[in-house]
Design a protein around this ligand. Structure first.
Ligand code: AMP
Length: 362
């Protein structure tokens, strides 16, 4: 299998802040980057060596992109399957189409998770109002209706508290193929990021706790304040998922921890993840370097942390506090180069380091 030595070119599908931080990590390892996306002045465009601005369905543009790069990776999982097949016929794509086909669809994803013994919320497929009615009879309320595809940051989902709300809920998800999930009364939300290299070696970062505000990640606490046994179980799950997917790259696995210590997987993303930004300052190898190492076919780096950390997203107007953050000796500021601070938009993040014997709190 292909190894790309420093000096080569990494192709990145997607042009947001994750692509920006991947491009920075790639540059540190001596690679050039070619970003394929939509925004010629977006976060990744400002960093990469070369940018193609074209739709993911533009074969001519994809062809020229594939010619220019040694390997393709991604920062965004909603890439059409046909695009990935086309690229895979020309150049290694890591992670590849098969992984994306599982993680792009919530029903396929949860079915896969259950098949390897990972617990999830109860769920069923919903293609019509009738399916929804039957689903609610089986799963009960409260429950959550989510579109099977293209959901993020709580978009494309609606909580149902009573069977009388089903007409409205079905309308709210746009009458699209969806899944109905039982509502999990979780104590906390955690995530684990695992990486797998071309030889099948797997490494993972310590589980972290994620705190959301308005459905958007607000704060990550590294490590999560959970029992050692729960932590080991969560890491083991993420590693097994990476293995079973035969992944080459990163997989971020979001999980719920319930009062009795059970771990249920909510969803997965086959790329660097917002809950892994703390690794830039706190770990020997950041998630971004790890993703580039995996994509390039290099051995994985050491994911161990040398510090505990708290990461806070700067969303919308939060970014106006950048000067106060800079004045703080323990804080690292990251700005994504976005021109306009719209509400709900991730403009940057800040990481604060703590010693390993201090358990971080929000
Ligand atoms: P998702 O888009 O699936 O990550 O969901 C966004 C957020 O909604 C999660 O981070 C949870 O806080 C909440 N959520 C999603 N699914 C469930 C569930 N089955 N039970 C309880 N809360 C959920």
């Amino acid at each position: 299998m292909t190894t790309v030595a420093p000096g080569g070119t990494i192709g990145i599908l997607g042009d947001g802040q994750l692509g920006r931080m991947m491009a920075i990590a790639a540059a540190e390892l001596g690679y050039k980057t070619h970003v394929f996306g939509q925004d010629a002045d977006g976060p990744a465009a400002q960093i990469c060596t070369k940018m193609t601005v074209a739709p993911y369905t533009d074969q001519q543009a994809l062809d020229a992109f594939a010619e220019d790069v040694d390997v393709v990776t991604l920062e965004f999982e909603n890439i059409p399957s046909e695009t990935l097949s086309f690229l895979e016929s020309k150049v290694p794509v890591r992670p590849g189409r098969k992984v994306l086909e599982i993680t792009q669809d919530r029903f396929v994803e949860k079915t896969f998770l259950n098949s390897l013994g990972a617990g999830t919320a109860q769920f069923c497929n919903v293609e019509s109002l009738e399916d929804l009615q039957k689903g609610i009879e089986r799963i009960g309320t409260p429950c959550i209706l989510k579109t099977r595809r293209f959901g993020y940051d709580g978009k494309g989902q609606v909580k149902i508290d009573s069977a009388t709300e089903i007409d409205e809920a079905w309308k709210q998800v746009g009458e699209q193929p969806s899944i109905l999930e039982g509502f999990v009364p979780f104590e906390l939300e955690i995530s684990v990021i695992a990486a797998r290299d071309i030889n099948g070696n797997v490494q993972s970062y310590v589980p972290v706790e994620n705190i959301h505000k308005n459905h958007i990640l607000d704060i990550t606490l590294a490590p999560a304040n959970i029992l050692e046994s729960v932590s080991e179980h969560a890491e083991d799950l993420a590693q097994r998922i990476a293995d079973r997917l035969e992944l080459v790259g990163l997989i971020a696995v979001e999980m719920f921890v319930t009062a009795d210590g059970s771990v249920l997987v909510n969803e997965m993303a086959p790329r660097p993840h917002n809950s892994g930004h703390w690794t830039i300052e706190a770990c020997a190898t950041s998630q971004f370097k790890q993703s580039i190492r995996a994509a390039a076919g290099l051995p994985l780096g050491n994911p161990e942390r040398h510090s505990n950390a708290v990461m806070r997203n700067l969303i919308g107007d939060d970014v106006e506090h950048w000067q106060e953050i800079l004045a703080h000796p323990d804080m690292s500021l990251h700005m994504y180069g976005k021109a306009e601070a719209r509400a709900g938009r991730k403009m940057g993040h800040v990481t604060r380091l703590f010693s390993l014997d201090t358990l971080p709190t929000a």
